[in-house]
Structures are given as structure tokens and as C-alpha cells.
Design a protein around this ligand. Structure first.
Ligand SMILES: [Fe+2]
Length: 307
């Protein structure tokens, strides 16, 4: 079966590798949540996108703050960049997005995958969200479809729908780079879990193999790194070739059933991420806190004995 979106992404990556006009990527790593926020820009027009931002959150105090986003804002200003896009790869379960804060100071459209609607409906049930919580993705500025083309200045970009970790996951191919969210981790760490509501290991395998059809030289930027055993530095960049050759969960030669058996067995051993309950409630609102109650305070819920 022809995969038009992958074919177009391949043409784009090969063209970018023949020119000097490739995206410049600066990464901000948040160690408390092991999240990599990438600022991607076109060196010619200085138009930019920010991928997967982090809101600082002190869970014990219930206090949000913005030192991580402020560092990104300082960089954008110092580099004289104009932000067009605030791209989310998915509704994260391990950190809160700070897209609305970045939008307030830098502008840009907040984007996520079209299937966020599915994620919103699932978690509206989990959190017994009020009727005022919209389940149509309208908290975001734009919902992207598989194969949708967009631009960052002169740089061409394509969104790829890569479900499995969540139903709505997107990877963004920008110039010769792909931002894979939580589909793949570094080759020595493997792949993301597929056991959250709406996740599926078999679907994740197919999404990963789809990404692995991109050219070997494609630069791959991850959303997380956790340092594999034996490695003592954080790394968030690799290549499709390195993932195909060495990925401990899903390199070439590992078939779908083997991957699914491994993934499902491993997921059974994993506890819930520390920030899953606050993260999901904020991230299904595009990074906004829940509507304040009559006293002007926002509250997060803690469903008991449900997850
Ligand atoms: Fe995730």
C-alpha cells in the first residue's frame, strides 16, 4: 500500500539534505520530568516552532510556575525568532504543557493531532468533567491531520499520525528532522509504553515502523530521555538509521508479535507517572488550568481507585 504522507516526507527530507537550509534545533531539557522541549527555526526567515513545552509544577504545593518556559522565551528573544507554531506531539501524561504561557509572550498557534477529541472524551469520563468542558478540540488553535503540510518560514513540514502510545500522537517532519514525541526513545532505551487509556502496543509498532520508513539519515528528536543503564548523560537526538539498527525494542528484524509481547509484559511492571493526574487534566485543555470555581481558585481532581 502506498503511504503518500511518508513518500512526501521522504522527498522533503532528501531535498533538505541537499541544501544548507536545514532547521536549527535548540533543546531545553527538563530534568524533573525528563522532557525535551525543542525550539526549531528556519535560519533564513527566523520563523520558529516550539515543540512540547513544560510548565513547572510543584505537586505537593499545587503551585505552577514558568522558569522552564521563561528560559525558552529568553532564547527566542535573544535569537530574534518569530514563533508561528506551538506544537504538541500528544496529550502528555508526565508533564504539564505551558503552551498558553508561551503563546501569551511569543504568539503562535497551539496545535495537536485531530484525535485529541478521542483522548478528551476518554478522560472526560475518567475525571467526570462538567458539560462546560468542550470535547471537540476547540481549546487548541488547530487540529492537524495525518499528512497535513505546513511551513515554518521557508521550511516545509508534514504532520504524521503515529498512534499507539496515545490515540492522538503526531510526529512532525520539519526539513530533514522528525520530532517523534513518545513513539521512540534513544536506541538503548527503546519505545514508549502503550498501556494508557486508548493506547495499543500493536498500533504503536505499526506507527514506529512507519517512521522507520523515512530515510536513514533523518535526524530524530525525542520528547524524553531517561538515560539507559550504563549511560550517564541525557541524549535526545538520534537518526532513523540508528533506530533501525540498534533500538532495543523495535530494531529491524523484530516482528510485530515479538514487540507486542515485550511491550505488554513490560507495561504491566510500570507504575503510573508521578504527574499523570494533573498532566492529563491540564493537557486535554491545551495547557489551561481547569475553570476556576466560585472562589476564583482552579482545582485538580484525584479520582480514587479508578486508574
Ligand atoms: Fe507521553
Amino acid at each position: 500500500m502506498t503511504d503518500t504522507a511518508i513518500n512526501r516526507a521522504t522527498v522533503q527530507i532528501e531535498a533538505a539534505r541537499r541544501t544548507s537550509e536545514r532547521p536549527i534545533v535548540r533543546t531545553f531539557f527538563d530534568e524533573p520530568t525528563f522532557t525535551a522541549t525543542h525550539v526549531v527555526h528556519d535560519p533564513v526567515t527566523r520563523r520558529a516552532a516550539i515543540i512540547d513545552s513544560v510548565m513547572d509544577f510543584d505537586q505537593a504545593a499545587g503551585r505552577t510556575s514558568h522558569a522552564s518556559a521563561d528560559a525558552v522565551i529568553a532564547y527566542v528573544r535573544e535569537q530574534n525568532l518569530a514563533v508561528d507554531w506551538l506544537l504538541e506531539t500528544h496529550a502528555h501524561a508526565d508533564h504539564l504543557s505551558d503552551a498558553p504561557y508561551l503563546k501569551k509572550y511569543l504568539g503562535g498557534k497551539v496545535v495537536i493531532g485531530r484525535d485529541i477529541v478521542t483522548v478528551q472524551n476518554v478522560f472526560a469520563g475518567v475525571f467526570n468533567e462538567p458539560a462546560s468542558f468542550a470535547r471537540d478540540g476547540s481549546q487548541f488553535d488547530h487540529l492537524m491531520d495525518d499528512g497535513e503540510a505546513f511551513r515554518i518560514g521557508n521550511l516545509p513540514a508534514i504532520a504524521l499520525h503515529v498512534p499507539g502510545h496515545t490515540p492522538a500522537c503526531l510526529a512532525y517532519v520539519i526539513g530533514d528532522a522528525v520530532f517523534v514525541g513518545d513513539t521512540l526513545f534513544m536506541p538503548d532505551y527503546g519505545s514508549a509504553r502503550a498501556d494508557f487509556p486508548g493506547g495499543d502496543a500493536r498500533t504503536l509498532f505499526r506507527s514506529i515502523r512507519r517512521l522507520m520508513a523515512l530515510p536513514d539519515a533523518t535526524r530524530v528528536f525525542l520528547c524524553h530521555d531517561y538515560k539507559a543503564p550504563g549511560r550517564d548523560n541525557f541524549v535526545w537526538e538520534t537518526s532513523i538509521g540508528a533506530e533501525r539498527e540498534d533500538n532495543v525494542h523495535v530494531r529491524d528484524g523484530i516482528d510485530e508479535d515479538t514487540f507486542v509481547a515485550m511491550r505488554e509484559a513490560r507495561d504491566q511492571t510500570l507504575g503510573m507517572p508521578r504527574l499523570i493526574l494533573p498532566s492529563i487534566q491540564v493537557n486535554i485543555r491545551a495547557g489551561h488550568l481547569p475553570e476556576p470555581e466560585a472562589n476564583g481558585v482552579s482545582y485538580l481532581k484525584l479520582p480514587l481507585n479508578l486508574l
